[in-house]
Design a binder for this molecule. Structure first.
Ligand code: ADP
Ligand code: MG
Length: 889
């Protein structure tokens, strides 16, 4: 059969979180236990230090595309069957213990199916201690000499820790010792032979850089999570052999640092590895008892052994613990032996057991889900909620994944064929777990006291006792004093009986005298000795005194030196302070100036902005004006061009008219002279008249405008300088030239006044104007019969007079045209200078024709004639302004 090696399925590349440098992946290690029997089939092989290969066992082989599939899994490190506990401890657990002593949290758990060696790895087997006893050993090896007295640290019920002075701690110790139960296990007790060889670790492994200026205390607690209930394995409950009570479950809470803890959980302060392991063993025993009594299976529960390490710095003297709660660091290491990860059906669980198994699997499932969600969140930057609360197990360790700490997992696998499928699941989960990252714990802050306090204090004490010993040793309290006096009394010769029974007794008294003499001698000796001692003591004291004096002198000298230095430094300090003040003052002034300048700058900027806006506005105004002016110029140019054209045409017409009139006159005169009057010819129809070009007489050109007119009114003047327009008939009622003249007259009132005949100039001032106008209108039809104007200049300078002959033009029989005069109209025109007058109604004696002699213009009239003929061709806006002619009454 061809075997193909399949690599672990490739996973998408990790999307690094922003602060990836401060995060560490979960350390996942794999331990392959040896087979129980050498004849068992093996399906797991260790390929190298980081890779294991798993293949399906015989008879279980999966054929996929005809290929025998092997899968490799990579971990941080893989430990084969020959790897001993110490090796595993050094790699996996040692860094966690080091972290614990440095005040950082850690979590270590074993994961795998039942029988894969989880408990063996965590707790160990007789004679082969696991990670737990090794961790304890390393902790106590490291902090042993720096441990605080019992009860100096006190854990509170909110996952916190308090510190108290040694005297209070002593009092509490005495109080506890007086109590019958529970008693804290004594370190001096005989070790339980049951586990003695498990903790007999000869390695003496220890953390190298322990802060010697701290004092430490270790607390342990041991809990079990079974069926998603938490039980305290160290709880001392009175045992009722008749009706054993089921253990009470505990609840989880979150402390102020967001760490989860079991409320009311027993936490025992331990001072040695033995003591700690004894506590653990007690919990183990209790667990076993509960399992038996409640018919539980131990492999279905998770056990959590929590080691808490409290540490606080020594005071400045290095003598006592600093009594500051903020200075205490509490770190914890959780050692978890998880329940078997196998599926329920494998163990053929029934009834109650099945439910338990379900729950256990449920909590492991939750662990898997949490890890998966965490991984997903970290890889893809999502923010899915991690379901920590779904199980007590994950909820308890929430802070390790969410907060900070080091997390390590040992995947235990049994290479036997029966476990193949389960092992595969375990491997997959384990490989996924190592993609989760956990925030690296930060170093705790330093207390700020001088390092080496403990060492200095110890050296000082040693020196003191040595010195005292040299000088006769210290008086060791009352008891010693008592024994010396007692000894002295015992050494004195005993007094004989002083009873005199006989008068002649001559022995008793001499004996007494002898003993008393001896005692006297002894007393003398003693007093001499005492005097000598006193003398010696005196000299010693004197010596001591002199040395003290010399030291004092020396110290005084030093002190004065220091004082001098201090004084110098003080003056320097003062100087610097003054300088600082001056500089501060300067800074203040500068700041003020700066603010003023800034204010100015702001104002100026605002001004600049407003000015530039103004400029822009002006520029745009200018542009607009220019455009308007250009438009106006163009318009005016066009207007005047048209006007010129019109005038030229009018002039031409006028000339033609003149010619025609002359011709006609001549013809008529000829006809009058030569022929007798014929019958009146048929008057041509109006339409026909209209078709014909109307010919008119032309008024003489007006007098040029006076020179004193301003250039501004040049145009209007020019218009006005043309004789005031008077149209006999028109089809358009608006005013052009004449109105311009009117305008001009209104604009130049001085001129009007100087003229002396203002009424004559303004038609509106003439009474009866409107009536005349209407009359003129009524006669409009007449106008088209024909007009001949005979210019007659009465006075070259002052008055221009036009005679207008009105008559009917009709065709003669001979093919020519005849004019029959019906009216003669005299038009007078006065120069705008005012010297010329025209007739007005106010005139006392107006000339006969004066009423009709309105200001008129031949050109305009001609233009009207043209207009009438070709009125439709003139566009709108081409306005003709004509004053209705005043008719002769
Ligand atoms: P688990 O806790 O995973 O159910 P155990 O730790 O109880 O499994 O192991 C079951 C048995 O296998 C124990 O008797 C243990 O001594 C043995 N064992 C496990 N791992 C090893 C190992 N690495 N070397 C030797 N024996 C082992
Ligand atoms: Mg186990």
């Amino acid at each position: 059969m061809k075997s193909a090696r399949a690599k672990t399925p490739r996973r998408p590349a990790l999307k690094k979180p922003p602060n990836s440098s401060l995060k560490d992946p979960v350390g996942v290690y794999c331990r392959v236990r040896p087979l129980s029997r050498p004849d068992q089939e093996c399906c797991i092989e260790v390929i190298n230090e980081t890779t294991v290969q798993i293949h399906p066992p015989e008879g279980y082989r999966i054929f996929r595309n005809g290929e025998y599939r092997e899968t490799q899994y990579s971990f941080k490190e893989v430990f084969g069957t020959l790897v001993v506990q110490k090796e595993l401890f050094d790699v996996v657990a040692k860094p966690l213990v080091e972290d614990l002593i440095r005040g950082k949290n850690g979590l270590l758990f074993t994961y795998g199916v039942t029988g894969s060696g989880k408990t063996h790895t965590m707790t160990g087997s007789p004679g082969d201690g696991g990670l737990l006893p090794r961790c304890l050993d390393m902790i106590f090896n490291s902090i042993g000499p720096f441990q605080a007295k019992r009860f100096v640290f006190k854990l509170d019920d909110k996952n916190g820790v308090d510190v108290q002075c040694e005297v209070d701690a002593l009092l509490e110790r005495q109080k506890r010792d007086a109590m019958p139960v529970p008693k804290t296990p004594s370190g001096k007790r005989q070790i339980d032979p049951e586990f003695a060889d498990m903790i007999n670790v000869q390695d003496h492994c220890k953390v190298e850089e322990v802060d010697e200026d701290n004092v430490y205390s270790v607390f342990v607690s041991y809990i079990e999570i079974y069926n998603n209930y938490i039980y305290d394995l160290l709880e001392e409950a009175p045992f009722d052999p008749i009706k054993p009570k089921p253990p009470q479950s505990k609840i989880l809470r979150e402390d102020q640092n967001h760490n989860m803890y079991v409320t009311g959980c027993t936490e025992v302060e331990v001072k040695s590895t033995e003591e700690a392991f004894e506590v653990f063993w007690r919990g183990q025993k209790k667990r076993r008892i509960a399992n038996t009594q409640l018919n539980r299976e131990s492999s279905r529960s998770h056990s959590v052994f929590i080691i808490k390490l409290a540490q606080a710095p020594l005071d400045a003297d290095g003598d006592n613990v600093l009594q500051e709660k903020e200075q205490i660091t509490l770190s914890q290491l959780s050692l978890v032996d998880l329940a078997g990860s196998e599926r329920t059906n494998r163990t053929k669980a029934e009834g109650n057991r099945l439910r338990e198994a379900g729950n256990i699997n449920q909590s492991l499932m939750t662990l898997r889900t949490c890890i998966e969600v965490l991984r997903e969140n970290q890889m893809y930057g999502t923010n899915k909620m991690v379901p920590y609360r779904d199980s007590k197990l994950t909820h308890l360790f929430k802070n390790y994944f969410d907060g900070e700490g080091k997390v390590r997992m040992i995947v235990c696998v049994n290479p036997k064929a029966e476990d193949y499928e389960e092992s595969l699941q375990v491997m997959r989960f384990a490989e996924m777990t190592q993609e989760v990252e956990v925030a690296r714990p930060v170093d705790r802050p330093l207390c700020g006291l001088t390092p080496g306090r403990r060492f200095r204090n110890a050296a000082f004490r040693e020196e003191l006792s040595r010195k005292l010993e040299m000088r006769g040793g210290p008086i060791n309290g009352e008891t010693e004093e008592q024994s010396v006096s007692e000894m002295f009394l015992q050494n004195l010769p005993p007094l004989p009986s002083c009873e005199l029974l006989d008068v002649n007794d001559d022995q008793t008294l001499p004996k007494l005298i002898e003993v008393l003499e001896k005692r006297h001698k002894l007393r003398q000796m003693l007093s001499e000795e005492f005097a000598k001692n006193v003398l010696a003591f005196k000299t010693m004291l004197q010596d001591f005194d002199s040395s003290v004096v010399s030291k004092e002198n020396y110290i005084q000298g030093k002190l004065s030196e220091k004082e001098k230095t201090i004084a110098g430094q003080k003056t320097e300090l003062e100087r610097l302070e003054k300088k600082i003040k001056t500089l501060e003052y300067k800074i203040e002034i500068l700041e003020k100036t700066a603010t003023i300048y800034e204010e100015d700058k702001r104002n100026l900027q605002q001004e600049l902005e407003s000015q530039s806006q103004k400029l822009q506005r002006q520029a745009s105004d200018k542009r607009r004006l220019e455009a308007r002016l250009q438009g106006m110029v163009a318009e005016t140019t066009m207007k005047w061009e048209k006007e010129c054209e019109r005038r030229v045409a009018a002039k031409q017409l006028e000339m033609q008219n003149k010619l025609w009139v002359k011709d006609e006159k001549l013809k008529q005169l000829k006809a009058i002279v030569t022929e007798p009057k014929n019958e009146k010819p048929e008057r041509p129809s109006r339409e026909r008249d209209r078709e014909k070009p109307v010919q008119r007489s032309v008024s003489p050109s007006p007098v040029p405008p006076p020179s004193n007119f301003t250039t501004q009114v040049a145009e209007s003047q020019r218009l006005a300088s043309n004789p005031q327009v008077h149209r006999r008939s028109n089809s358009c009622s608006s005013i052009s030239v004449a109105s311009c003249v009117m305008e001009w007259e209104q604009k130049t009132p001085s001129h009007k006044h100087t003229s002396g005949t203002p009424n004559a100039r303004s038609r509106q001032q003439e009474p009866g104007q409107s009536r005349d106008y209407n009359a003129s209108d009524r006669r409009r039809g007449m106008c088209w019969t024909g007009v001949i104007e005979v210019p007659r200049r009465r006075d070259e300078l002052e008055i221009e007079e036009d005679q207008c002959c009105r008559g009917d033009v009709f065709k003669t029989r001979g093919g020519g045209q005849a004019v029959q005069f019906t009216e003669i109209e005299t038009l007078k025109q006065e120069s705008p200078t005012g010297r010329k007058r025209r007739s007005s109604p106010s005139d006392p004696d107006p000339p006969k024709d004066a009423a009709d002699s309105e200001w008129t213009d031949v050109e305009t009239r001609c233009s009207v004639a043209v207009e009438m003929r070709a009125g439709s061709t003139l566009g709108p806006g081409y306005q003709h302004h004509a004053q209705p002619k005043r008719r002769k009454p």
